[in-house]
Design a protein around this ligand. Structure first.
Ligand code: BT5
Length: 260
């Protein structure tokens, strides 16, 4: 990690990096540090997580070989605006995986990066608020890097997950990937803070092949199908339903509808 910090060309992200072999969840670790006052840009990385999680408490499988890390951000934003950080992070992952390894990446609303339709990265943003203002946000990023999916991920994930190693047929340097991700994330984070979400979203949408396709959206209260029209300037998915009505979703999961 010393070499990483020497090479890292960022102003804030990764100026302090904490590293461990194994931990429950890097987001929980980052949360503890943030509550103790950790500064913006603090990063925590683990070689493996024993209790990695996704949204809604779902399990995130995190064996050795993957890149599991969380970044503490302290954006001066309203709580509702922090939703946009997931797009800044997802865009950074998508661009780096494409540029560094030539992977044909795609972004899927709201928090996934896919290769050949399979999930290679998931992002979990958790925030701590007072009133309407964000105090800190933890951006947790999990990338299946040097992971042999068939050997080390649970059976249930084998058809829907992929990894850098499986796609390239070789392993890559985790530290180098972390450096590239932090550098790119800082660029899109700064862009979002300086302007608004639109410039980040425009770039994110260039990778979003589900737009213009028929999809299913599921959240805690409903499941609906329709045509994915857009992701609007607040990060909401806009769906055109069978009867022509438009619906906006701020949370949910998207899956492609099977062609008949
Ligand atoms: C996510 O949730 O995709 C967010 C994952 C965030 C993980 C990072 S790792 C560092 C930090 N520390 C944490 O504890 N979390 C963050 P969601 O969209 O809810 O997707 C979860 C679903 O992805 C699970 O229900 C599985 O179906 C699938 N899944 C679990 N592990 C996976 C893996 N390694 N690769 C691909 N898919 C996986």
């Amino acid at each position: 990690m010393d070499k990483l910090q020497e090479d890292l060309r960022t102003k804030r992200l990764g100026k302090r990096i904490f590293y461990t072999r194994k931990i429950g969840s890097t987001n929980e670790w980052a949360k503890e540090l943030a509550k103790l006052g950790a500064e913006e840009g603090t990063v925590v990385v683990a070689e493996a997580q024993t209790d990695g999680h996704g949204r809604l408490g779902r399990e995130w499988s995190s064996p050795e070989g993957g890149l599991w890390f969380s970044v503490v951000l302290r954006p001066k934003m309203r709580a509702s605006e922090t939703i946009g950080l997931v797009f800044a992070a997802g865009l950074a992952v998508a661009e780096v995986l494409r540029e560094a390894y030539g992977l044909p990446v795609e972004t899927r609303w709201p928090n996934d990066v896919l290769v050949h339709g399979k999930k290679i990265c998931g992002i979990l943003c958790e925030m701590h608020v007072t009133g309407n203002a964000a105090v800190f946000v933890l951006v947790g990023i999990g990338v299946n890097v040097n992971v042999d999916v068939k050997k080390v991920l649970p059976r249930s994930l084998q058809d829907c997950a992929t990894s850098v190693q499986d796609e390239l047929g070789k392993t890559v340097r985790l530290e180098e990937l972390l450096r590239l991700l932090l550098e790119r994330m800082e660029i899109f984070y700064d862009l979002y803070v300086k302007e608004d979400l639109v410039p980040v979203l425009e770039k994110w949408k260039k990778h979003a092949r589900f737009i213009g396709q028929r999809v299913r959206v599921a959240n805690e209260t409903e499941r609906v199908s329709g045509l994915a029209l857009d992701v609007d300037s607040e990060g909401a998915l806009v769906l055109k339903l069978e009867d022509g009505t438009l619906r906006r979703f701020l949370v949910g999961d998207v899956s492609m509808e099977q062609k008949q």
